[in-house]
Design a protein around this ligand. Structure first.
Ligand SMILES: Nc1ncnc2c1ncn2[C@@H]1O[C@H](COP(=O)(O)OP(=O)(O)OP(=O)(O)O)[C@@H](O)[C@H]1O
Length: 507
């Protein structure tokens, strides 16, 4: 960093002049350079990493580099009013964001300011955006399901409260759709949600907020948005700010779901900031600590034990891949940090299999610990059946003469896939999922054509809802299928199959 001699002598003269009040001097610095959202400041010897600095005209900056002779800070506001020689004051605080129930239903920027036009948000508390994740002794294992309302996830890749499950896939494969459906499905579940949009178009965020509002989900949701037009440092702090909002509820013993959409753009924002701060670039020009960037964020998701309030933060980070390459730098990093991933495939999406979840590559390391017993009873063999189907389908393309067993496996596999197809914004209740998977497991779809399966399942669920409420109540209350319930369900279903077939032949 080349300093001009006259500048140095001016600074030294200034220091000598104020020799007596040297302590105060250390809390006020001078802007040496400013540009590209980054400023180098001389004279802030006591500045802390992550500390908020006050620039003139109400612009704030955050300390990111502590060098020998200067401090590097990123600006969280417009740099156009800041010039060389300006005074910069330490605030002694690290960046904080307002938190509390007042944030529900609101759309805010990563600084906690409302951007939904519904007035200022006044909260009783604020929280630092960075916090050390809860320790080992305060945690408990994940054993309570977080229902997404999407059958393929709840049945095959179940998510538990306190888990970190990555949603990964190419662009336009339905990643956001899964996250939004999950938020919509938390209605009346006593779960608060935080949706963090990083580097997205403002119009996309507006559409999502509208969907959430229409679905009644904004009542328990806060949206934190750092759009594509925001400065890189603002995008960089967005997920930490969202997490701080969630942690306030966590400490009150509540269950919270947080979606980071998406962390690829977050990594890019961090890369921009790091390169501007002249940190050495590493692989793909990301700085060396890019792994720590996401691990310290996702580690804040947890399930606390009873002594610590028993709350949880479930995190659904989203990562966008290029041409399905999950072995790229950022995707592998985040895969290694999370407790499983939901992998979305472009081919499946284009073939009309939506949500386009590749059940072979998707896993949940918490697994069936996060499922109710009834779901375990009906979904145990699904993953295997789908794998067998995929394998046999590949073979069946070559031969026309198939034996009966292969034909049956193929037919069943096709029907399983049919049941797992689900439109956007139509989350299914647990009882609906259990009933449909029960019908599949016990072969009530055997006599039907694949094309009839979707209609059959819809009508079956409606029929049970209208005439056999006790079955639904029992699934919801007992959360298991007893021998007696199994018999009753089989009776109802076999009667319904006959009735369904009759209406079909008539039609
Ligand atoms: N289950 C579904 N059924 C039908 N359409 C769907 C389904 N899921 C997503 N879509 C549609 O697919 C498109 C892409 O979805 P979405 O925006 O969620 O994908 P994305 O992967 O998050 O995209 P981006 O790369 O822009 O972030 C949208 O138009 C959405 O309506």
């Amino acid at each position: 960093m080349g300093l001009r001699p006259d500048e140095i002598s001016a600074l030294i003269k200034e220091q000598i002049k104020h020799f007596d009040d040297i302590i105060e001097l250390k809390d006020v610095g001078t802007v040496m350079t400013v540009g590209d959202g980054v400023s180098l400041i001389h004279g802030l010897d006591n500045a802390m990493l992550g500390e908020l600095l006050a620039f003139p005209n109400d612009v704030y900056g955050m300390v990111m580099n502590l060098d020998e002779d200067c401090v590097g800070a990123v600006l969280l506001g417009s740099e156009s009013t800041i010039k060389e020689g300006d005074e910069v004051k330490r605030t002694g605080k690290i960046m904080e964001i307002p938190v509390g129930d007042e944030m529900l239903g609101r759309v805010v920027n990563p600084l906690g300011q409302a951007i939904d036009g519904n007035g200022e948000i006044i909260t009783a508390h604020t929280r630092p955006i960075e916090r050390v994740a809860s320790g080992v002794m305060t945690r408990k294992s994940v054993d309570q399901p977080l229902q997404t309302g999407i059958t393929s996830i709840d049945a095959i890749i179940p998510i538990g409260r306190g888990q970190r499950e990555l949603i990964i896939g190419d662009r336009q494969t339905g990643k956001t759709a899964i996250a939004i459906d999950t938020i919509l499905n938390q209605k009346d579940q006593d779960i608060y949600c935080v949706y963090v949009a990083i580097g997205q178009k403002n119009s996309t965020v507006a559409q999502i907020v509208e969907k959430l509002r229409k679905g009644g989900a904004m009542e328990y949701t806060t949206v934190v948005s750092a759009s594509a037009s925001e400065l890189a440092p603002v995008q960089y702090i967005a997920p930490y700010a969202g997490c701080a909002i969630a942690e306030e509820w966590l400490d009150q013993g509540k269950d919270v779901l947080i979606v980071y959409d998406d962390l690829s753009k977050h990594a890019v924002a961090y890369r921009t900031v790091s390169l501007l701060l002249k940190r050495p670039p590493g692989r793909e020009a990301y700085p060396g600590d890019v792994f720590y960037l996401h691990s310290r964020l996702l580690e804040r998701a947890c399930r606390l034990n009873e002594e610590n309030g028993g709350g949880s933060i479930t995190a659904l980070p989203i990562i966008e891949t290029q041409a399905g390459d999950i072995s790229a730098y950022i995707p592998t990093n985040v895969i290694s940090i999370t407790d499983g991933q939901i992998f979305l495939q472009q081919e499946l999406f284009n073939a009309g299999f939506r949500p386009a979840i590749d059940t072979g590559l998707s896993v949940s390391r918490v697994g069936s610990a996060a499922q109710i017993k009834a779901m375990k009873q009906v979904s145990g063999s699904l993953k295997l059946e789908l794998a067998q189907y995929a394998e046999m389908q590949a073979f069946a393309q070559f031969g026309s003469d198939l034996d009966a067993a292969t034909k049956a496996t193929l037919d069943h596999g096709a029907k399983v896939r049919e049941v797992l197809k689900q439109a956007q914004y139509s989350p299914r209740t647990v009882s609906t999922q259990v009933i449909t998977l029960f019908a599949l497991k016990y072969g009530f779809t055997k006599t039907l054509e694949v094309e009839q399966v979707a209609a059959f399942m819809d009508q079956l669920v409606e029929h049970i809802n209208m005439t056999q409420r006790d079955i639904i109540d029992e699934i919801n209350e007992q959360k298991a299928i007893s021998a007696d319930l199994e018999k009753r369900m089989k009776d109802v279903m076999s009667a319904f199959v006959t009735q369904f077939e009759k209406t079909q032949t008539k039609g």
